[in-house]
Design a protein. Sequence first.
Length: 179
Amino acid sequence: MTTLPIHPVTVHFTIALFTISILFDLIGMITRNEKWHQAGWYNLIFAGVASLFSILTGLIDSNQLQLQGEAARTLETHKTVAFIISAIIWGCLFWRITHRGKFPHQNKLIYFAVSLIGILVLIYGSYQGGKLVYQYGVGVHSSGTPEKLLEGKTNKPVIKPSKDLFLPADSSNSPEKRK
């Protein structure tokens, strides 16, 4: 039984919350306002929890797939990167726990370096996930044939772009009536 994928619903929370937590900490460091660091801490907590849901839903959804070739390798890379980014998020979270939720001012450059590496890994993992969807059609329900997915080939677009794509058929602004 094939169901709609749930991973796309959860994964964006991890991306947004981790990114915002770093941004808030950066603002807190620049303004020397602890409220920003506190906001960064709360977002980091939620990013850690969201990362677990992202991985869980990703594993559930991937169990419904039967990919081969390059598509299967891309999925494995995406999974591996997801575990790495989750480990980085949880590492930052535990680092903050050892400071009782406070921002680690003494080691702020190391903390930001780890966070920046986390963002770069997150971007790479997001790229791999996007490649699965947009290049291999994973999770996309279209009139394309399943054989193309199994072979690791891309789906052809169902609709070809056109400058009149969004005009209704009986529009008074149609190309025929403009002549």
